[in-house]
Design a protein around this ligand. Structure first.
Ligand code: 4NP
Length: 166
């Protein structure tokens, strides 16, 4: 199973999503079953590393990430099982891309999987992980927290879906 985490630039939010979700799946024993990568809807930063502030908050919290920025393309759609959008704008762009696929991936906002937000119908800007690009390091720490809460919820759902509940 392939999960692709998507934001605008693929330098701030989605690399954090990729690193955290990968670590949580590994801890849950799903590392061999579910693969996670990330991409951006925009092309400005293709080929670059993650933003240094994303790298820093990840390292501070014990996460590992090796990252090269990619822009998502419609021909990837048939490979992907689950698309996770960081905000409602990413969601709308991904909906348009997925519509071109023969077998479109499932599409959700990343925070849909935060159990405290699960009642909100998607897409909705209350489910946005806000873009921290023009903010300070604290905004990146907030992004990490939002992503950690949603990742725990998603891993619990995946365990149930893959019949690994005990
Ligand atoms: P991200 O943040 O979508 O979380 O990677 C951004 C990074 C770069 C830009 C916008 C958002 N940009 O306009 O270059």
């Amino acid at each position: 199973m392939l999960i692709t985490v998507v934001c605008l630039g693929n330098i701030c939010r989605s690399p954090i999503g990729e690193a955290v979700l990968t670590a949580r799946l590994e801890q849950a024993g799903l590392g061999g079953v579910v693969r996670v990568d990330s991409a951006g809807t925009g092309d400005w930063h293709v080929g670059e590393s993650a933003d240094v502030r994303s790298q820093r908050v990840l390292a501070e919290n014990g996460y590992e990430l090796e990252h090269v920025v990619r822009q998502i393309a419609h021909h990837w759609m048939d490979e992907i099982d689950l698309l996770l959008a960081m905000d409602d704008q990413n969601y709308a762009n991904l909906q348009a891309l997925a519509a071109q696929a023969a077998s479109p991936p499932r599409l959700h906002m990343f925070r849909h999987f935060d159990p405290t937000l699960a009642h909100i119908e998607e897409p909705d800007d209350r489910l946005n992980v806000p873009d921290p690009y023009f903010s300070d390091l604290d905004a990146f720490r907030d992004v990490l927290g939002m992503i950690e809460r949603a990742s725990d919820g998603l891993v619990a759902k995946l365990r149930a879906e893959l019949n690994l509940e005990r």
